[in-house]
Design a protein around this ligand. Structure first.
Ligand code: CA
Length: 433
């Protein structure tokens, strides 16, 4: 397994001439995530986030500052071609951008190519061919399993198979797009027949997204030692879930309409290169757990394949926003609850020869901690919709109400390095149509 190296682009002393970039919570010069943005009255184009600004990469290419292959890839209003470049070229692009945004000599040429991020609309970063959602947060899987099977929360396959299902790519939306409350079938426990109507148990799921680069040909698996080469980067993912529909429909083939109505992502691809200092050892499996089968096992992956990322969820109701109250933090945790590494997920997905493509999106599954202050969904926080959460203004929630705004946050942290965030993953729930 070869992970991207820590290099001068991660140097904590490296600073940027872009005002406000140094010390920025999300986008200091050590991050440099890629996205697709549209300035006011402008066409969508590729950009890199720096502080509260976005550098127009198409314009940087037109200025002759990029090699032809990168310039061609960045001329498109989606990043799939960039993700298909060899990793050595994407690394060279990061190095060039880090130099341009730190060296004073480039300020005069590049300052006119900056846009204020607040004036731009962020789009999906790539055309997502396929979206697959996994279930590797072991505390979440245990908590959910307990609701159905108190004595036997995890099924026997869990510790051998990174459990997943094929999600819906067409309904993935960037942060900020409103979520329409879905309608569907639900069946009350004391009723023999279902009814159809708006969900009354609408929930969120705190997840990380994994962006695929340099896919594999159909029929050719991805070896675990090569899996890191197929991960372009990461984002936040909110897998909105209608728990009432889910309970009725999921047997025997798994989630369908309870999940496919909308998924929200943070619109920046935080690159695997940027994340190099924020890799850490995969937590050892508890005594008695089986070792993964050999095709999913790699010592280097176990030593460095996990992510050092803090995760938070915030809720604000319509009334809280009207009264100027700060959002309530529902949970704080981290990505250490992943029972499988991102590389194991990728290898498992391709192990039957299924082809992954540049721009595919994988979700980790809900990332919950062992204790309630780190639970990553309302169904866990409210014990299956039984114990309500009280908001600071006295409102109560079992599940999400119309007008509720949900925001996910991620921060990469490691001693000796500049921490950075993943950007906004936010959406407001609006009434069913
Ligand atoms: Ca999920």
């Amino acid at each position: 397994m070869t992970f991207p190296m820590i290099d001068e682009t991660h140097d904590p002393k490296r600073s940027s001439w872009v005002e406000g970039a140094d010390g920025h919570a999300d986008f200091p010069i050590q991050n440099l995530p890629y996205g697709i943005f549209a300035p006011v009255d402008g066409r969508p184009r590729a950009g890199v986030a720096i502080g509260d600004h976005i550098l127009d990469l198409d314009a940087v290419a037109e200025a002759g500052l990029l090699v032809p292959s990168a310039a061609a890839a960045l001329a498109e209003p989606r990043l799939n071609a960039l993700l298909a470049l060899p990793s050595v070229e994407r690394r060279a692009l990061r190095h060039a951008l880090s130099r341009y945004l730190s060296e004073e000599g480039y300020r005069a040429r590049l300052q006119p190519l900056l846009h204020r991020a607040g004036d731009c609309e962020l789009r999906l970063p790539a055309s997502i061919g396929d979206y697959t959602d996994f279930y590797v947060g072991i505390h979440h899987a245990t908590n959910i399993g307990k609701l159905f099977r108190p004595d036997n929360p995890l099924l026997p396959n869990y510790k051998y198979v990174p459990i997943g299902y094929h999600g819906r790519a067409s309904s993935v939306r960037p942060s900020g797009a409103a979520v329409t409350r879905p309608s569907g079938q639900r069946k009350a426990p004391d009723s023999d027949t279902p009814i159809f109507g708006p969900s009354i148990r609408l929930d969120y799921e705190l997840e990380l997204g994994i962006w695929i680069c340099g896919g594999n040909a159909l029929g050719e698996p991805i070896a675990i030692v090569d899996a890191a080469d197929h991960i372009a980067g990461f984002c936040l993912l909110n897998d909105w879930s209608a728990r009432d529909f889910q309970a009725w429909e999921y047997v025997p083939l798994g989630p369908f309409l309870a999940k496919s109505f909308h998924s929200t992502i943070s619109p920046w691809i935080v690159t695997a290169e940027a994340m190099a200092p924020f890799r850490q050892a995969q937590p050892p499996r508890p005594d008695g757990d089986p070792l993964p089968l050999p095709h999913l096992w790699d010592e280097a992956d176990q030593a460095r394949g996990a992510l050092a990322v803090e995760l938070e969820v915030f809720l604000s109701s319509a009334r809280m926003r009207q009264q100027g109250e700060a959002p309530l933090r529902l949970s704080i945790g981290d990505a250490s609850s992943m029972y499988w590494t991102p590389q194991q997920i990728v290898t498992h997905h391709a192990s039957n020869g299924c082809n992954l493509n540049s721009g595919d999106l994988l979700g980790t599954g809900t990332l919950s901690m062992p204790t309630p202050d780190g639970f990553g969904s309302l169904v866990e926080l409210t014990q299956g919709g039984k114990v309500s959460i009280v908001l600071p203004n006295g409102e109560e929630r079992l599940f999400l109400e119309d007008g509720d705004e949900l925001t996910l946050k991620a921060t990469a942290r490691a001693d000796g390095y500049v921490p950075f965030g993943f950007g906004e993953c936010r959406a407001i729930v609006v009434p069913a149509r």
